[in-house]
Design a protein around this ligand. Structure first.
Ligand code: FBP
Length: 364
């Protein structure tokens, strides 16, 4: 490290999130998203406290309610959703908010001024893990309110991910982290509980290019399309297979935690299209899970795709739309895309999974 780099690294270490935002505002001249990120950070601290006190406060387990998609909510899903609404609706920067936990968008209530931006969020991603004390998180995305918005209340939110102004996520794990992707890059902050402030600990995150790790819920294998089976089989074949290298598989089951690992040490995350429900092309939701994470990963030099299209180019058709997702180290994502192309053009129609065929139960 040169002395200048050392100086930069030391400065980065002492940088609070507040100071980072002030410098971001100076750099961009745009106060709106910066103030909004400050509100998000305050909400994240409150959610972190609620999550860590969950069992003590009697907030473990299911709520009596279901969300707009008919999924049973956890008590902490409801609490986290309320916290984000309360933290962000009053500041005058938002025209509306939409989340996984609300069927329709939330309008900024009358006493508060309406602003230029929209916030889309998943208040507690991976919440099915929260009762077993596994890392969960909050995902968020900031969009500009379109100049003219006609039609249904969801309409202004239906923008391709490439139009996100900024995006990021919080992690509630051994430490509480806030990772933010802005025009300037991707930076990770850790909550210093003594100071009550986020401090820059992971400046300029870049997805490592070399990787020998993949993340997928392998229990769904029998429902995957052939290109995904081919990719996973080749990873599992290890040194003696076509990849000539041993791969590890990791699956936390909270997208935030799986994607964070990829940002820090590389890898690929897949929640691909499967045939479980023919009317559902994927499990994860485009607007508040997949697009923000794709934005973060691309800003950090990685890649994000459905296997056939770039995620950030997708035109959303509804608020809670689901899509397949493959994201992480660029070369691996490109390989999965190539396998899809080859399959779709008929080149690999005859592919058969050697592992799959081993299991008599699933033999075709
Ligand atoms: P929820 O928003 O309902 O928690 O679902 C999202 C998610 O938990 C992701 O965080 C995770 O990657 C995925 O679902 C895990 O799904 P599965 O349980 O099918 O492996």
């Amino acid at each position: 490290m040169t002395p200048a780099e050392q100086g930069g690294a030391m400065q980065a270490r002492g940088m609070t999130f507040g100071r980072f935002l002030v410098e971001e505002r100076r750099r961009t001249g745009d106060a709106g998203p910066v103030a909004l990120l400050d509100d998000v950070a305050r909400g994240v601290k409150e959610i972190a406290a609620a999550v860590s006190r969950g069992p003590v406060d009697g907030r473990q387990g299911d709520a009596a309610s279901v969300n707009g998609q008919g999924e049973r909510q956890k008590k902490l899903d409801v609490v986290a959703n309320e916290i984000v609404l309360r933290s962000c609706e009053w500041g005058g920067h938002l025209a509306g908010l939409a989340s996984e936990e609300m069927e329709a968008p939330h309008e900024v209530p009358a006493p508060y001024p309406r602003g230029e931006y929209l916030l889309v969020f998943d208040p507690l991603d991976g919440s099915s893990n929260v009762d077993v004390n596994v890392t969960v998180g909050t995902i968020f995305s900031v969009l500009r309110r379109p100049a003219r918005a006609a039609g249904a209340p969801a309409e202004p939110f239906l923008q391709p991910g490439s139009r996100q102004v900024c995006a990021g996520y919080a992690l509630y794990g051994p430490t509480t982290m806030l990772v933010v992707a802005t025009a300037g890059g991707v930076n990770g902050f850790t909550l210093d509980r003594d100071l009550g402030e986020f401090v820059l600990t992971h400046p300029d995150l870049r997805v490592p290019e070399e990787t020998r790790e993949f993340a997928i819920n392998a229990s769904n294998e029998r429902f995957w399309e052939l290109p995904v089976r081919r990719y996973v089989d080749e990873c599992r074949a290890g040194k003696t297979g076509p990849r000539g290298a041993d791969f590890d598989m990791r699956w936390v089951g909270s997208m935030v935690a799986d994607v964070h690992r990829i940002l820090v040490r590389g890898g690929i995350f897949l929640y691909p299209r499967d045939t479980r429900k023919p009317d559902r092309p994927g499990k994860l939701r485009l607007l508040y899970e997949v697009a923000p994470m794709a934005f973060v990963v691309e800003r950090a030099g990685g890649s994000a795709s459905t296997g056939r299209e770039r995620i950030l180019d997708l035109e959303p058709t509804s608020l809670h739309e689901r899509v397949p997702v493959v994201l992480g180290s660029r070369a691996e994502v490109e390989r999965v895309e190539r396998y899809h192309r080859e399959h779709d053009h008929g080149a690999r129609q005859a592919y058969r999974s050697p592992f799959f065929e081993e299991h008599a139960l699933f033999r075709s």
